[in-house]
Design a protein around this ligand. Structure first.
Ligand SMILES: CC(C)(COP(=O)(O)OP(=O)(O)OC[C@H]1O[C@@H](n2cnc3c(N)ncnc32)[C@H](O)[C@@H]1OP(=O)(O)O)[C@@H](O)C(=O)NCCC(=O)NCCS
Length: 207
């Protein structure tokens, strides 16, 4: 199944919202995405697209099984070509980059696509002149924390009751310094292995 990564555009926001609602218990409002996409000097928001038309094999529980096997949606529109199946975002302020969000549709997880999004953000952060990258994750989100640890992130503290839906704490993670030859070498090695495992599935990264 081929995929590509592109810069998020305003036209992508409705699709991104649909993915967000399936990935997070407290989705962002549309206005936040619009504001972020309209501020490309300070940030990078990307979408992961599945290249080609047609339904995913897994049914979307919210729209029902039939909507996934019929060629047309209930509203009569054709299926979206190259649908958005994941996305990620990053701010850069002075020498710090902050990963604000990253998500892949549940039925496509475990295929290195989240890692592809993270690696893309990190390369951008280096290009933008950042020295460190930080982010917050739910303390219970072991999958995300494992992904970040793979890319040198370490726990640096906690924000108590950071998540309003259930009062869960956030763990604050920081990367190693990213503007060093050591990090460049580490990232190049991880990227080589990542791209090798994505093999023919990656059609391109154009951000
Ligand atoms: C976090 C998320 C983006 C990871 O995406 P993914 O495509 O499933 O992950 P990948 O296949 O790219 O995995 C890359 C790494 O993540 C970690 N990982 C992925 N799935 C894992 C699992 N089930 N258990 C433990 N670690 C896991 C591993 O370190 C893995 O590297 P490895 O394959 O060398 O072991 C995805 O789970 C997601 O969208 N979750 C919901 C939204 C979310 O929680 N976002 C993070 C907010 S902080």
């Amino acid at each position: 199944m081929p995929f590509k990564v592109e810069r998020m555009r305003i036209e992508d926001v409705p699709e991104v919202l649909a993915v967000d609602r399936r990935c997070f218990s407290t989705p962002w409002p549309e206005s936040t995405y619009r504001r972020e996409v309209n501020n490309p000097d300070k940030n990078l928001y990307v979408v992961l697209r599945r290249v080609g038309e047609g339904p995913l094999t897994n049914p979307d529980p919210r729209t029902g099984f039939l909507s996934n096997i019929l060629p047309f949606r209930k509203d009569g529109a054709s299926p979206t070509p190259n649908p958005v199946v994941g996305y990620a975002g990053l701010w850069v302020v002075a020498d710090e980059a902050h990963i604000t969000t990253i998500a892949v549709l549940p039925e496509l997880r475990g295929r290195k696509l989240g890692e592809l999004l993270l690696e893309t953000l990190l390369e951008h952060a280096i290009g933008a002149g950042a020295s460190w990258v930080t982010l917050e994750a739910r303390v219970s989100n072991q999958v995300a924390q494992a992904l970040y640890r793979k890319y040198t992130f370490k726990n640096a503290g906690y924000r108590k009751r950071y998540y309003s839906d259930n009062g869960e704490d956030a763990v604050v993670m920081w990367s190693d310094r990213i503007d060093t030859p050591e990090f460049a070498e580490k990232l190049a090695g991880l990227k080589a292995r990542l791209y090798e495992s994505l093999n023919g599935d990656l059609m391109g990264v154009c951000v």
